[in-house]
Ligand binder design. Sequence first.
Ligand SMILES: *Cc1c(COP(=O)(O)O)cnc(C)c1O
Length: 379
Amino acid sequence: MAQEKIWLSTPHMGGNEQKYIQEAFDSNWIAPMGPNLAIFEENLEKYLGLGHVAVLNSGTAAIHLALILLGVKSGDEVLCQSMTFSASVNPIIYLGAIPVFIDSEPETWNLCPIALESAIVDRIAKGKKPKVIIAVDLYGVPYKIKEIRAIANHYSIPILEDSAEALGSCYKGRRCGTFGDISILSFNGSKIITTSGGGAIVTNSVALKEKAIFLATQAKEDAPHYQHVEIGYNYRMSNICAGIGRGQMEVLQKHLLLRTEMHEFYLDLFKDIKGVTVFTAPNDGYVSNYWLSTILVEPTKTLGISRETIRLKLEEANIESRPLWKPMHLQPVFDKYPYYGNYVAETLFINGLCLPSGSNLTMADRNRIRAVILNLFNK
Ligand SMILES: *Cc1c(COP(=O)(O)O)cnc(C)c1O
């Protein structure tokens, strides 16, 4: 009989989520408004230590509104990390704007400062200054925040920090999700905490938070009748989902430690296996939440074992693993847009694999993963 499937990352409830949902039912706040919203926002603000939070119904919605708040219009160019999930890019297209893709650097797998600057210089020379830089904290590892910020400031281009994967990560003691001119979070089912579906905008201004909520609730002007001056969106989080978020905030710190334990498990598992490296934050200044544990496999050093060999062996044992995000400039839907860089993101994609990383994996799950890997490498 097949063993139960081990997944990359699944929801992990703390226990109190149902209590807050019950409160929503008891008070009949079954709506995209109600007391859980403000409490969840306050919990997030306290946790981040900086910024004002507006919770929305997805991270993608948060990116869409953030681009609008940063003034992106049809025909504008937006610089975006190529190595990411497509949701970082899709909202650029929703707005009729043009994505310009940037390669990664090998230490954080995020925006390469050199490629970024050469793109900015070249786009300006071609007559159009990019409107926004979308910088991602991929797999929970902060991007080169100091270097990217210096470039952004030098050319006066705001940063949209996509921290969908990085709640709980830190750079020099400050939490990810607070480094952008606007930042976003995601609470989708696979993320480090989940509200079943959800996201948030983080800004340093109360006025921007209020503007985000205004746009997310159909841009209704203050009048007794329905009055509209701007295009609105239906992007606010529901009070039910915010109840789940309240419960998840109570266990975030504990779940972070469990994800970090999974990362340590893989460091130990692969320590004597030549040609496989576990992706680790570059130095003490960078603290990853280790949302997903990932490895790079160099077949020239593993006697031909590739990331695909490992993936298929795990699949045989009913264990999920996945190649890293396929870079956006290689996606059929985006390959007509400009790209600046070399082959860093592309090489990561060819050699990289995401491994089961959930905070709810058991010792038995780890033993199954260990057995497959040790068997494959004849250890
Ligand atoms: C998950 C994710 C998003 C989108 O968030 P949703 O809440 O799923 O809409 C955006 N960017 C990155 C990098 C993500 O991983």
